[in-house]
Design a protein around this ligand. Structure first.
Ligand code: C2E
Ligand code: MG
Ligand code: MG
Ligand code: MG
Length: 288
């Protein structure tokens, strides 16, 4: 952070903000270079059935291994990519890499891919997804596109159109981070989601906070009445799993079963050579 040496003078600009802006610019430029140089990689986090405990799919999560900065979190670089428009190029790379990866698996597990709001409202998206499915050979039903609430609030009508186009391809569409934005009962009813992912903000509290438990419970009841399966994110403990299974939640994703790992970490599961796909990942838990 830039140290202010002008604190006694009247100053109309904030030097620390200037520094943050410069930092964002630097990252924005380095991102383009980084993509060309192969610094981006997909990690995969398993999604498990709460009853059988089997792995049913994976979410692809983007990582940037910067040569000087080390591992940069998507929480940091995705917003910059969105602001600069680089998200289109980056998102296309993610979609290609994720579909090619899933197409190479022996087991027909599902792959979930995050799509940013600008991508969803890009009229080229359905065509691009179609093209990527054809070139990768991945069957459309194995691809699940995750969108957030901010994707549907800006242009409700167009978002609905885009989702319908994607669903015509046979792709599944999931509502990510449910409960953190503006989604209401009517949103869920008017959008043809194949899945709702409850945000992890509510999961830790299911065993300690009445409010969190109530939010999760009522979401599960509502989703069941609309016939939409629910996945809970951020499941770290066996107690969370038990609560969720008892309340009718079908799937979970979280450190209890495994952290996001590079491709090498899922090899055995996707090729069916692990023999214990349903057991919580002891190594992942040891890292907690
Ligand atoms: P998300 O899509 O909601 O992904 C789930 C995030 O929760 C991941 O963070 C994952 O590592 C984390 N997580 C999963 N289980 C647990 C748990 O048990 N405990 C805790 N504390 N965290 C858990 P990650 O990988 O850092 O990604 C953060 C966000 O960045 C994602 O949230 C998504 O919004 C965005 N993102 C990641 N990859 C992509 C991408 O390829 N495209 C776009 N547009 N956004 C992406
Ligand atoms: Mg997601
Ligand atoms: Mg999420
Ligand atoms: Mg999230």
């Amino acid at each position: 952070r830039a140290k202010s040496t002008v604190s006694n003078t009247i100053c109309f600009y904030d030097p620390s903000m200037d520094q943050a802006a410069r930092e964002r610019n630097a990252l924005a430029i380095e991102m383009r270079e980084g993509l060309k140089r192969g610094e981006f990689e997909l990690y995969y986090q398993r999604q498990n059935d709460t009853v059988s405990r089997e792995v049913v799919g994976f979410e692809a999560l983007l990582r940037w291994l910067h040569p000087q900065r080390g591992m940069v979190s998507p929480v940091e670089f995705i917003p910059i990519a969105e602001k600069t428009g680089f998200i289109f190029e980056l998102g296309e790379w993610v979609m290609r890499a994720a579909c090619a990866e899933a197409a190479s698996w022996k087991r027909p597990l599902r792959i979930a891919v995050n799509v940013a709001p600008q991508q969803l409202t890009d009229p080229r998206l359905p065509g691009l997804v179609h093209e990527i499915l054809l070139e990768s050979g991945l069957s459309a039903a194995r691809l699940e596109i995750e969108i957030t609430e901010s994707s549907i609030i800006s242009d409700h009508q167009y978002a609905l159109h885009a989702i319908r186009q994607l669903k015509k391809l046979g792709v599944k569409v999931a509502m990510d981070d449910y409960g953190t934005g503006y989604s209401s009962l009517s949103t869920l009813q008017s959008f043809p989601f194949d899945k709702i992912k409850i945000d992890r903000a509510f999961i830790d509290g299911v065993v300690t906070s009445k409010q969190s438990a109530a939010i999760v419970r009522s979401t599960l009841i509502l989703a069941a009445s609309l016939d939409i399966p629910v996945l809970a994110e951020g499941v770290e403990r066996e107690e969370h799993m038990e609560f969720l299974r008892n309340e009718g939640c079908l799937q979970v994703q979280g450190f209890l079963f495994g952290k996001p790992t590079p491709r090498s970490g899922i090899e055995d599961i996707v090729n069916g050579t692990d023999g214990a796909a349903g057991e919580p990942d002891a190594e992942a838990n040891a890292e907690l």
